[in-house]
Design a protein around this ligand. Structure first.
Ligand SMILES: Nc1ncnc2c1ncn2[C@@H]1O[C@H](COP(=O)(O)OP(=O)(O)OP(=O)(O)O)[C@@H](O)[C@H]1O
Length: 366
């Protein structure tokens, strides 16, 4: 199941002109405020009639302006997950879950209610009303309701934005399960690199109404040129090479060898490593005698001002990119410049497997 999206629309000075495919898995629409993410979501949902466009979900044409075809929102078979759960307050959790299902054609009822309840761990909540649920619980029910409506696509518009960090951490694994368990494409709007790194099968980065970059989180987050600004998080794709008796797993990535506390994935599995820019230290000389295990060498591709006191330095490491945050003072003292070779000492790595069937294991590579 894939959704093909091509849109053109003008709002005064702002022009949207883009095309991309959302295959099964999570396609994250990523971009700064005003880049057009909500306009895309509204057009896909049928809440906006674009000047020109064509949207096809699993062979079903939802919009084709050339053929004057416009399927109204309630007939599009799209499951929504909004920032705030938007559950019906007068219905209990079970009734909220079943609400979408009543309208789903029998053939589209792929998951059973009990499968969804199990996947989301909401069995104990079924008789409660939304007023008696936490923000995180409401969001789990909203995921279930969207899924049970038998959708051809799920739209999640910044679904974690209204939650605090602890709630975000509680909900993210459920989105991972959703991604890994169902074949329905999920279009997920976010401007949080940590969510992108953890959830995205594909990232579509938008800039001023156009697609600036498409690819894996590792490719797109490291592409400061396309994004117009580097992101203070990098993703390295690595393969599990071996597990060692001292409790460390050995990983191989484009840039070299890395070590993390033992991961559950079998040798050969591909995993994503998320590295915050503030957890990377740079050295012009090859560092020696450090306790840090993870040191990679690369060439500076880009230096961009970040905030008043620091700059983001992006290193090219083979096909991969790694961004470090250093103070402007250090950058001047070290005479950092594009083209120079540098060594990156990685203080902390987070393991965020992307592939289906793998589990999330937090780790610290120091
Ligand atoms: N109904 C409207 N009328 C006029 N201009 C609009 C309308 N809706 C959006 N725009 C403009 O279109 C541009 C894209 O807006 P959009 O909401 O899609 O961006 P966004 O990437 O979702 O931003 P944010 O992350 O802040 O939600 C902005 O310049 C916005 O001002």
């Amino acid at each position: 199941m894939t959704v093909q999206i091509a849109l053109r629309h003008r709002f005064g000075d702002f022009g949207l002109d883009l095309a991309f495919d959302a295959p099964p898995g999570v396609t994250v629409l990523f971009g700064p405020s005003g880049s057009g993410k909500t306009t895309v979501v509204n057009a896909v949902a049928g809440l906006l009639r674009p000047d020109q466009g064509r949207i096809v979900a699993d062979g079903r044409v939802l919009l084709d302006t050339a053929a004057r075809r416009f399927v109204p929102p309630h007939c599009r078979r799209i499951g929504y997950i909004f920032q705030e759960g938007r559950l019906f307050p007068h219905l209990n959790v079970r009734q909220n879950l079943l609400y979408g299902r009543w309208f789903a054609p029998r053939a589209a009822r792929r998951e059973s209610v009990s499968q969804v309840v199990d996947m989301l761990g909401i069995g104990p909540l079924l008789s409660r009303r939304p007023g008696a649920l936490s923000g995180g619980e409401k969001q789990r029910v909203a995921i279930g309701r969207a899924l049970l409506s038998g959708p051809d696509m799920i739209l999640a518009d910044e679904p974690l934005a209204a939650l605090d960090e602890a709630r975000k951490a509680e909900i993210l694994p459920y989105f991972e399960r959703l991604r890994d368990a169902v074949s329905v494409p999920i279009l997920y709007v976010s401007h949080a690199p940590a969510e992108v790194a953890r959830l995205a099968t594909t990232v579509v980065a938008l800039k001023a109404g156009r697609v600036a970059a498409v690819g894996s989180a590792a490719q797109v987050l490291g592409d400061a040129m396309a994004l117009g600004t580097p992101v203070a998080t990098s993703v390295l794709r690595a393969r599990v090479a071996a597990h060692h008796a001292d409790g460390l797993s050995e990983l191989i990535c484009d840039a070299g060898r890395l070590w993390v506390p033992c991961v559950v994935d079998v040798p050969g599995a591909l995993i994503n490593l998320r590295i915050a820019a503030q957890d990377v230290i740079l050295s012009r000389e090859a560092p020696q005698g450090l306790s840090a295990l993870n040191i990679l060498s690369g060439v500076i591709a880009d230096l961009s001002p970040y905030d008043g006191v620091s700059v983001l330095v992006t290193l090219e490491l083979g096909d991969a990119r790694l961004t470090a945050r250093v103070t402007r003072r250090s950058s001047v003292a070290m005479e950092l410049a594009p083209g120079q070779r540098c060594h990156a000492i990685i203080k902390t790595l987070t393991v965020a497997p992307q592939d289906r069937g793998t589990k999330y294991v937090p780790g610290d590579g120091s």
